[in-house]
Design a protein around this ligand. Sequence first.
Ligand SMILES: Cc1ncc(COP(=O)(O)O)c(C=O)c1O
Length: 456
Amino acid sequence: MIKTRSLKHVLCLVCSIILNIFFLFKVGGEWNLSWSKTAATEAEAVAAIPCSGHGRAYLDGLVLDGNKGPVCECNTCYGGPDCSQFFPDCSANANGGDPLFLEPFWMQHAASSALLVAGWHRMSYSYDDQSTISKELERHIRKLHDIVGNAATEGRYVVFGAGSTQLLSAAVYALSPDNSSSPARVVASIPFYPVYEMQTDFFQSVDFHFQGDTSFWKNNSDTDTEIIEFVTSPNNPDGQLNTAVLHGPNVKEIYDHAYYWPHFTAIPAPADGDVMIFTLSKLTGHAGSRFGWAIIKDKDIYQRMLTYLTLNTLGVSKDSQLRALKLLKVVLATGGREIFEFGHETMRKRWEKLNKVISTSKRFSLQKITPKYCTYFQQIRGASPAYGWLKCENQEDKHCYAVLQADANITGRQGSIFFAEDRYVRLSLIRSQDDFDLLLDKLNGVVAGEEGARTM
Ligand SMILES: Cc1ncc(COP(=O)(O)O)c(C=O)c1O
């Protein structure tokens, strides 16, 4: 009796497997999609909404009354239901560092970079090994650094953060003394990325204080106080490959390598710092995914950073990690060649066009970046920085930001935000093509109107 019953069970199981296989496959061996079909159709329908090439509709975009799908979200200075209206009097946005210059690359790679995620996917706080770090993603990150040759990873620890922003403060915490009567001095070289100061001040810790420009501490560094030096290479705002200024047993560096990718700079050698921070934002352009990573030499520092990240956010969203993995697979499919050639060509052309305009001006000048041998492209590469660091040369133009606003209708970012003179303005070159074209157009206008401007 029992034997017959178990035989029936086995038969049922076999039949069910055969039926499943039958339904899963179409004739010809292709998957017969079931639960993913609707989601795929919806994603393609939204992608097909026409926004005149000057905007985009998103799956999570606003759906207005009477509309079937989400509305078009238009680029700066474009409007109307399909973004076809151009507002010529609107201000060119050269302010934020949104890396949308890479959007066309991902449009060309829509199929290979698309993700479809089931409702039940990775609901847990942790992965199978109880960690909050995807080992597969970590493996891809290490492989990418090996191929690009921009960072030493062997024997080092890796942690993930919600963008590099979270990792910057995790690193300051990890490198600061515990329960010391003298807090660590956190410093950076002017001009520097303002978040270093803003974060350090905001957390008001007894263990660390922001103490301004590195150069002040060059001859003033008593060896009793710990110093944490931020080294940004390439630097935001001026694109220079900075190196550490301070040295000594009490000095520790945090290397911010957000822009150390072939889009923005030649790669002369693998970075080798004790604490190095990278971000997906400037590598693939997906700033909205909030994903960054740190490569750390010392186990204790790694443990301290891990403690910070665990207490702060309990790791990084599994959805972001999945997306980062998918994107890195596309990057790695051609050994980085496709994305870095696209990125470098786009940035190089923008830099050349900007230089061409500014070279005819007596009123404005740009930073100089010397070409260097790039071990990734195996040739000398010209400059392709993420930002123009523009200087107003006329004595009376002390507030270059205001000059650009008033005379050219361009919104840049004031030099004083980077702790430099207001005679400087940062112009973002990594935004959308529309933003860059408008910036160039307005700069052309103001330079052409200069008295005595050199004609080309
Ligand atoms: C030098 C530098 N570091 C870090 C960041 C922060 O990047 P994210 O938090 O998007 O990784 C930026 C963003 O512009 C940056 O310019």
